[in-house]
Every structure is written in C-alpha cells, then in structure tokens.
Design a protein around this ligand. Structure first.
Ligand code: PNS
Length: 157
C-alpha cells in the first residue's frame, strides 16, 4: 500500500485542488489531504473548517482521508508512513516555488515529491484570488465546489 500526502493551506479548497486530489487517488492507494497550519497567518477559515469542507467534497473518493498538521512536513510524512508528497503545478511560478521545497524534503528525509500538472482550464485558479474576487462582490462559484462557494460567500461577501 502506497501512502502519499497532499499538503496545502486549502483556504479554501478549490476545484483545482480537488482535481489534483482525485487524480492522486487514482494513482495511489492512500491519499492524506493535509491542511498545514501556519501560525503566522490568520486565514479566512479555521483549520477545522477547511478540514470539514475537504471531508465533505471528498466524501465520494475512496482512499482519501483528511488531516491537519503543524510542523515539518517530512516529519508528518514519516509518522504516516508516506513515501511521497503530491503537488499540483499550475505554471512556472509554482515550479520555481515548489522545486526547492521538493529538493529540501528529499535532502533531509527519504520523502519524494510527485508533481501533477493542474488541469489546463483551472490553471489560473488560486484560493487567494477566489477570496479576493468574492470579497469584492464577484462570482467564482464555477471555480469552487458548491458548498465551499456558499461558505466563502457567507464569510466574505
Ligand atoms: O498551499 P500552500 O500554502 O502553497 O502550501 C505550502 C505548504 C504548507 C505545503 C508548505 O509551506 C509546507 O510544506 N509547510 C510545512 C512546513 C515545512 O515542512 N517547511 C519546509 C519546506 S521544505
């Protein structure tokens, strides 16, 4: 059984994230979607709210479970027996940001990173842009799972 970790802030989870999670679940037996807490960032949703939303929208995906973590990602991977981290890549900016982390995680532990190219039609989607557009009254409901779009509107609009 191969366990992998899909880490991120997921504030909130988008259709881009969901596509990566679904494809990771097609490739690997056991996928842990891990909301990584950042104590320096307040966040729009609490860690528990983010987890609950991911739980709801991944309910139809066998082999996917949701967790949260604060600390070094490779320690979490080791504790879970995970051999790889899964990351979605939208563009070269993501690549430049992710590659040093992938090298570092490989350098300090036996944890590899598998990059999946984001679905082309969702390559411009980010949680931060969805938050900003919603806050300013725009509609991003076609870019978010329905319950997430509702929750974001209630929180920000
Ligand atoms: O969704 P994000 O904010 O791009 O996710 C980045 C995240 C949380 C996956 C990354 O910052 C991370 O792995 N944080 C855990 C702390 C850690 O292990 N830092 C060293 C990275 S080499």
């Amino acid at each position: 059984m191969t366990t992998v970790v899909c880490p991120g802030s997921f504030d909130p989870v988008t259709l881009g994230h969901l596509d990566i999670i679904r494809r990771a679940a097609d490739l690997f037996d056991d996928v842990i979607v891990c909301v990584v807490a950042n104590p320096n960032k307040q966040g729009t949703f609490t860690i528990d709210e983010r987890k609950a939303m991911i739980d709801e929208v991944c309910a139809d995906m066998p082999g996917v479970r949701v967790d949260s973590f604060y600390g070094l990602l490779v320690d979490y991977c080791r504790d879970q027996g995970a051999t790889a981290v899964i990351k979605g890549l939208r563009d070269s900016t993501d690549y430049d940001y992710e590659l040093p982390m992938a090298h570092m995680n490989r350098s300090i532990a036996e944890v590899d990173t598998v990059f999946l190219p984001t679905r082309a039609d969702l390559a411009f989607v980010s949680s931060s842009l969805c938050r900003e557009v919603t806050r300013l009254g725009g509609d991003v409901s076609h870019l978010l799972p329905a319950p997430v779009a509702r929750a974001l509107r209630e929180r920000l609009a």
